[in-house]
Design a protein around this ligand. Sequence first.
Ligand SMILES: Nc1nc2c(c(=O)[nH]1)N[C@@H](CN(C=O)c1ccc(C(=O)N[C@@H](CCC(=O)O)C(=O)O)cc1)CN2
Length: 288
Amino acid sequence: MTAKILDGKKIAQDYQANLQSEVTALQAEGITPNLTVVLVGNDGASLSYVTSKKKAAEKIGMSSDIIRLAEDTSEEDVLTVIRKLNEDPTVHGILVQVPLPQQINETHILEAIAPEKDVDGFNPVNIGRLYAGVETFIPCTPLGIMELLKHADSDLTGQEVAVIGRSHIVGQPVAKLLTDSNATVTLLHSRSRFLKETLKRSDIIISAVGKPGLVTKEDVKPGAVVIDVGNTVVDGRLQGDVLYDDVKEVAGAITPVPGGVGPMTITMVLNNTLIAAQRTKQQRHTKK
Ligand SMILES: Nc1nc2c(c(=O)[nH]1)N[C@@H](CN(C=O)c1ccc(C(=O)N[C@@H](CCC(=O)O)C(=O)O)cc1)CN2
């Protein structure tokens, strides 16, 4: 068996084409969605991700700004920037690229972003809303994974899913979304016993650890869907957590790295920014 390749680049392009039509419609009503990204420091990968977000936003007709702050910026100075963006009516979506330099407390920063502009869905208010089942912004990588799974042609109801990695950005929210879609989820992490046994019986495996070679052909049940969120640079080459060439021989569907989950993450930032801008239109109408 050779797996269906879940081509994130192509799926993202098609999704963005639909977003573009909605952006055009909003512009006709006088609103240009704006995404403003705050980048603190000089991490090369982070700079590349925020540049990709800006380019993708502009390509579909949004406006986008990157605010770059020096590596040694104080927490208070970052908070001042965020408070200004919260008050600016031309800014619809705000995101602060993580990781942040160590002098800055990430939670303080994420808490400061106005929940209605928090297009990453990282503010604790929005995280709480997700778990309470209330409409909110859902973090972009989990949202992108759910979209990729739609293209794997598998109904999630009753499926056994193994999620490896319990981060607030990926593992925990995706486990919640999958549970809401009636899957049975096992959330695995560095202290889990029976990791390999759990993978082997799973219909879907989602690996978000950043450990190349973690998921091997022997771990995968024939026909299982494998989603690789890993993004580790090894000897100048990007590698996922999954041994792609081997695993694609047994899996039913698989995402490549690069070109799988990454482009979907960027697309879902645009999706959330559009929603944020659309919601301001609704508020404008109800204020009259
Ligand atoms: N504020 C946020 N920070 C971070 C997030 C996030 O969702 N919000 N996620 C990651 C980084 N990330 C988005 O910011 C991200 C990672 C990877 C990609 C991507 O498209 N990767 C490409 C390969 C790119 C390359 O060649 O280097 C791929 O997989 O095809 C997009 C976004 C942590 N920080």
